[in-house]
Design a protein. Structure first.
Length: 295
């Protein structure tokens, strides 16, 4: 039995499409303003810094203890990752020797014996190259999606789907900028995952629109798209609700590193569900009203 069944409600969703599109434009503008004013908090992967592999004689029981010690020492932005039995990987942006000494002294003062196994300096050139590669990966993904949608359905549907995906990505990036959360390589993986998640819902909606296209002259484009979205909305919302449950658990209980990744999924699922219902379908409606086509 479905958790939520909206197929019989026939909500007048397209009646409020301009309001929804106005809300989306406002969120995109806020995102761009935040990106211009505050920028983004790049991790060591993108900005450069130091990666230090450490081994404890008496390993702490929880990485959270290490994170608390470093935060008290003024290194709250450092990323801590379990590396091996009794070893951790600490990554931080400050390349000065004083920062390294401060971290080692804080950890030795709290946990005792500590050995430095390896220190790697990550230069800004490497970070810049990673940013370029991430941008290329996202661009190629979006281009492939446009080509698939244009081939599988029609060109207008492809443009609408890509616009919805760019809408989701920009708002996710803006949310990280506004909250000051760290952007790492895992954030790029999250964006690509959300793109696939949102695209799946959009394809379901566009497929129903394509199936109902024969009733275009009888129903009109607004009613046709509205009915199509209503028929698929139960699936969209049920999928979002069941996906949100583990993401919320990760966000509240997963610790700082996992919580940062879960935040991307949380924003992406909410915005992606909204865009699947409103953005792509609204673009199709407005485009048709401006320039009607039979096919």
């Amino acid at each position: 039995m479905a958790v939520f069944d909206a197929s019989k409600l026939n909500l007048p969703l397209m009646k409020y499409r301009k309001l929804a599109m106005g809300l989306s434009i406002a969120m995109i503008v806020v995102s761009f303003v935040s990106l211009a004013v505050k920028g983004v908090n790049y991790s060591v992967d993108f900005s450069g810094g130091v990666a230090m592999q450490l081994a404890f004689e008496n390993p702490p029981g929880d990485i959270g203890e290490i994170r608390n010690v470093l935060s008290e020492a003024g290194h709250s932005q450092a990323t801590i990752q379990a590396y091996d039995d009794g070893a951790i990987l600490v990554r931080y942006q400050d390349t000065a020797d004083a920062a390294q000494q401060s971290i080692l002294e804080a950890l030795r003062g709290r946990f005792g014996g500590l050995a430095v196994q390896k220190i790697d300096n990550i230069g800004p050139v490497v970070g810049q190259e990673l940013r370029k590669q991430a941008a290329v990966a996202i661009t190629l993904s979006i281009a492939a999606i446009l080509a698939y949608m244009a081939f599988r359905f029609r060109f207008r549907f492809g443009v609408a789907a890509v616009a919805a995906l760019m809408h989701d990505s920009i708002i996710m990036l803006g949310a990280y900028s506004l909250t000051g959360r760290e952007i790492s390589t895992s954030f790029i993986a999250a964006i690509l995952t959300v793109i696939g998640y949102s695209l799946n819902d959009t394809i379901v909606v566009m497929d129903r629109v394509r199936e109902n296209w024969g009733r275009l002259h009888r129903d009109g484009i607004v009613e046709l798209v509205n009915n199509s979205v209503n028929k698929t909305m139960s699936r969209t919302i049920n999928t979002a609700l069941t996906t949100l449950l583990p993401v919320l658990a990760m966000f509240f209980l997963g610790g700082e590193v996992i919580s940062n990744l879960a935040f991307a999924f949380l924003v992406g699922i909410v915005v992606g569900t909204y865009s699947s219902i409103y953005i792509a379908s609204s673009i199709v409606v407005e485009w048709y009203l401006i320039k009607p086509v039979r096919r």
